[in-house]
Design a protein around this ligand. Structure first.
Ligand SMILES: Cc1ncc(COP(=O)(O)O)c(C=O)c1O
Length: 386
């Protein structure tokens, strides 16, 4: 079966399609926004779910030890990071775990560092839990690489600063943070007794050789980090609502667990458990092909942008999200969005939705068959020429 062929999703309940009218005011857009893929979930996952359904009882179940072991093995192989079973717990959603960790490790009124631009729930989880945001702007250097400024960040810290929300790799800018960068951040956090919540959901879709979990850098950082992981992005199975939280420190784990029990995450869903285990156990060759496919799509976007210099693009080091710098078009953010929707017929995520620093950018989800990507770029070409 060809996983990368066009699959019609518009008749399904896919959020990417059903919310088109609400988000873009029209159904007549090729949706390239929410971060799931228009690529079939691995056959091994589908097969495991079908097999499970042969058993006619779907009562309460817990995640099997085999499922946790499969993820441990995956992390060891892919990221040379060895997790212990007792560090891990089930969560229905990485975002829910972020909220839970914020409540567990800080008090109302405390400050949480968030880098701008970033995945929007980073902001809302802080605000909705009555904590204050310390916004640290990420800026592009001369080569167009996004960087944080460690000295400026240090000067933003106060006695109320308790947490850093790290997106690693970073959505939407596609950075894989280097060892030096993570070391600088980690050291700063340790100096100021700031705990790190590290969202690593994108860590398997990496084009640069290595993603490094910040917890892997030192014993101190291992003990200072809550790490969030999941198969949702890696295997295109976000609809299963399953992820894990990895907390090596017993003290942080106890605090987190207390909060987790308060909101009752439960043990998850029968079909998600088997899907999770199958993906991490048998999804490797699919994943290798996926990364190849996405790399080829990046090349296509790169070539296209070379021919259309008004849109600037730096290939992401991770994620299947292209962060397009459209500032040269000279449009305001609202006009830019309208241009993409009305003129090009494309439903992208507006840069501004990721924070102030996202102004003038659009995020394009390129986890689509190559034919769909080329068609979208043709539409954009025509709109630019009009
Ligand atoms: C950085 C990041 N974290 C978390 C999520 C969502 O995770 P979940 O669906 O498990 O809440 C996304 C989805 O795009 C994401 O980009």
């Amino acid at each position: 079966m060809d996983e990368f062929r066009f699959i019609e999703r518009s008749g399904s309940n896919a959020e990417k399609y059903t919310l088109r009218e609400r988000l873009f005011g029209t159904e007549a857009v090729q949706p390239m926004w929410v971060a799931d893929m228009d690529i079939a979930t691995p056959e091994c996952v589908i097969h495991a779910v079908q097999e499970r359904l042969l058993h006619p009882i779907l009562g309460y179940e817990i995640m099997s030890e085999r499922a946790f072991e499969a993820q441990i093995e995956w992390m060891r192989e892919q990221h040379a990071f060895t997790m212990q079973r007792q560090w891990l717990s089930y969560s229905p959603s990485v975002v829910a775990s972020i909220g839970c960790a914020i409540r567990a490790l800080s008090e109302e009124g405390d400050e949480v560092i968030v880098m701008d631009p970033v995945y929007p729930p980073f902001y809302s989880m802080v605000r909705d839990n009555n904590r204050h945001l310390i916004l640290h702007p990420l800026k592009q250097d001369n080569e167009g690489i996004y960087r944080f400024d460690i000295n400026a960040l240090a000067s933003q810290i106060t006695s109320k600063t308790k947490l850093l929300l790290l997106c690693s790799p970073h959505n939407p800018i596609g950075r894989v943070w280097s060892r030096d960068e993570l070391n600088a951040l980690g050291t700063l956090c340790l100096e100021h007794n700031i705990r790190i919540i590290s969202d690593e959901i994108h860590s398997d879709i990496v084009f640069k050789p290595h993603h490094l979990p910040i917890a892997a850098l030192s014993k101190e950082l291992l003990e200072n980090t809550i790490m969030l992981l999941g198969p949702g992005k890696t295997f295109n199975m976000a609809g299963f609502s399953i992820s894990t939280v990895c907390i090596p420190s017993e003290t942080l784990r106890e605090a987190y667990d207390k909060e987790r029990h308060r909101v009752h995450f439960g043990d998850g869903a029968v079909l998600s458990h088997v899907a999770f285990e199958a993906a991490y156990t048998a999804g490797k060759s699919w994943h290798t092909k996926l990364v190849e496919h996405l790399s080829a799509n990046i090349k296509i976007i790169e070539t296209w942008c070379e021919e259309h210099p008004r849109i600037k693009f730096r290939p992401p080091e991770a994620t299947y999200l292209a962060w397009l710098d459209c500032k040269s078009l000279g449009l305001g953010d609202r006009e830019l969005r309208e241009f993409f929707v009305r003129k090009a017929g494309l439903g992208l995520s507006p840069g501004l939705s990721f924070g102030k620093e996202g102004s003038g950018f659009m995020r394009l989800n390129f986890a689509v068959p190559t034919s769909v990507l080329c068609h979208a770029l043709d539409r954009l070409d025509k709109a630019l020429n009009d």
